[in-house]
Write a protein that binds this ligand. Structure first.
Ligand SMILES: Nc1ncnc2c1ncn2[C@@H]1O[C@H](COP(=O)(O)OP(=O)(O)OP(=O)(O)O)[C@@H](O)[C@H]1O
Ligand SMILES: [Mg+2]
Length: 251
């Protein structure tokens, strides 16, 4: 069996606040394999963002550990993060926003210019390189975020409800776009969402978290064929998977 890229073992996070201690994350254990698409679903406040931040190294866990296959993956340089709300430097053009991680990592900006243009084309934004972020629609901004998360060729992309603020039609389009890019670029994706159907549609595996104090209820393998098209959502197997997740969440 293949070695996991990341192995999360009994991760726990407790915040100490003015009002006492808050258990944001109960015990979470799962593996992520190379080129896998893993979603995490769970109710609001159960600790999804906390979990993603721990994986990204932005926050430290209280207990448990993350075992990384360091021969294949350097978490300090090979992670791309797509935030829930697109964050940009609004005085910089789209192209310069995409190049931001290159500057942060102190890489050669010039060498990455063609790649930035290529990525903007890949996400369907050819011709908008010189626009400013606030001249774009919400969906277009999310696509810029995605291009930015890919610019330094990270192995792992962490996405925190990236499409939560989008209308249903744009969201469907973004789902298809994301699957296309994921298949083309062979990335490993950890994707957070509230939307059970979205999680089942996109993923190889869905990790289900309970309400706080959260624990991991289960991880469900989604054995649906790829490439996935919208019609798969009407298949009985898709419905069964979604129903299983709903039941795990006691809905
Ligand atoms: N820095 C912090 N200090 C104290 N408590 C925090 C901190 N960050 C998060 N929390 C608490 O931890 C819990 C989990 O927060 P988190 O943002 O991970 O939830 P979430 O599952 O991402 O929710 P949502 O779906 O609404 O985004 C919440 O109760 C929150 O108040
Ligand atoms: Mg969150």
């Amino acid at each position: 069996m293949e070695k996991p890229l990341l192995s999360l073992q009994n991760l726990k996070k407790i915040f100490t606040t003015r009002d006492g201690v808050l258990e944001a994350l109960g015990s979470v254990t799962f593996d992520v394999y190379p080129e896998e698409f893993v979603s995490i679903v769970g109710p609001s406040g159960c600790g999804k963002t906390t979990l993603l931040k721990i994986i990204a190294g932005l926050l430290e866990q209280s207990e448990g550990e993350i075992i990384v296959d360091r021969e294949r993956f350097d978490p300090s340089r090979e992670v791309g993060f797509v935030f829930q709300k697109a964050l940009f430097l609004n005085w910089r053009r789209v192209l310069d926003n995409v190049l931001l991680p290159i500057e942060i990592l102190k890489l050669d900006r010039k060498a990455y210019l063609p790649k930035a243009r290529e990525l903007l084309a890949l996400v369907g934004l050819e011709g908008f390189e010189r626009s400013y972020p606030n001249e774009l629609s919400g969906g277009m901004q999310q696509r810029v975020s995605l291009a930015r998360a890919l610019i330094h060729d990270p192995k792992v992309i962490l996405m925190d409800e990236p499409f939560g603020a989008l209308d249903a039609i744009t969201r469907e389009k973004m789902n298809l776009e994301l699957l296309r890019i994921w298949a083309e670029s062979k990335k490993t994706v950890i994707f957070i969402t509230h939307e059970i159907n979205e999680a089942v549609f996109l993923s190889d595996r869905v990790v289900v978290l309970s309400a706080r104090p959260s624990r991991m209820i289960d991880a469900l393998d989604i054995d649906l064929p790829r490439p996935r098209t919208l019609d798969i959502r009407t298949s009985p197997r898709f419905g069964e998977y979604a129903l299983r997740v709903y039941k795990m969440l006691d809905i």
